[in-house]
Design a protein around this ligand. Structure first.
Ligand SMILES: [Zn+2]
Length: 252
């Protein structure tokens, strides 16, 4: 089965995919893509073609999605798996895009056993084994290298969840050590939470203090969008992200 799948993918890549001018217009919007080598850009483009073929990107709430919008989402999703491969996004297919922030209104049981409704609005969500949900207003603002990128954020959660739960620990590669990962992230996270608690202005979005999984997603945004500063501020975390993503964006 694996062989057949690879063969289908190869055939899909040979048959073309994205038109050159459309590709260039879409990819050059992203600072992280401009710094890629020719070979890496080719790799990114192949991943994007497979991603658009294997995932279903649908609009909700009256939004109209065109090819270029879908391409933009795919490019940002695929930068994370540039050297990991598209299989890292296996076992789920759907991406749903709302025009703006959305309110999932899901019900949950509070600590007293009563059913409550969550009325929080979100720019994005990633569900375990389920869809990625995005707000187009926030997606459209991504890509300007300000260190904030909702697409990278949600797809980082997807990678984190590959180990079974969103806990800030994605499946590490052979040669990486859980102990080293944990030491780097625990120290950075603790320091960050302390700073947020003291009301200090933080370089990363204070939302990163919510949970170790949010810290991983938020610092992944920074890793791709502002790698040099991420490396300067969080050298041990940067090193672990470099090993996990198999990329060294600060060198580009
Ligand atoms: Zn998140």
């Amino acid at each position: 089965m694996f062989g057949l799948r690879q063969w289908r993918r190869q055939r899909l890549l040979r048959s073309g995919g994205v038109e050159e001018a459309t590709w260039l217009r879409a990819v050059n919007r992203f600072s992280f893509a401009i710094r890629l080598t020719g070979q890496e850009r080719k790799q990114l483009r192949d991943l994007v073609v497979l991603f658009l073929h294997e995932k279903q990107i649908s609009a909700a709430g009256g939004l109209v999605l065109d090819q270029e919008m879908k391409l933009g989402i795919a490019i940002q999703a695929c930068i994370l798996v540039l050297n990991l491969g598209i299989d890292y996004y296996d076992r789920w297919v759907e991406i749903i895009v709302y025009p703006d922030e959305f309110v999932p209104r899901h019900e949950f049981r509070n600590e007293h056993g009563l059913v409550e409704t969550d009325e929080t609005s979100y720019a994005g969500q990633a569900w375990l084994h389920g869809p990625v949900i995005l707000s187009w207003a926030d997606v459209a603002n991504a890509g300007d290298a300000d260190g904030v990128n909702v697409v990278i954020h949600e797809f980082a959660h997807k990678l984190d969840m590959l180990s079974g739960a969103a806990d800030g620990l994605p499946p590490l590669h052979a040669g990486m050590e859980r102990r080293v990962w944990h030491a780097a992230f625990a120290e950075a996270y603790q320091g960050f939470c302390d700073a947020v608690e003291r009301g200090k202005d933080t370089w990363l979005d204070p939302y990163a203090a919510e949970h170790p999984s949010e810290f991983f997603a938020v610092i992944s945004e920074a890793f791709f969008e502002d790698p040099k500063e991420t490396q300067r501020r969080y050298p041990a975390v940067y090193e672990q992200l470099k090993l996990f993503y198999r990329q060294d964006p600060a060198l580009r």
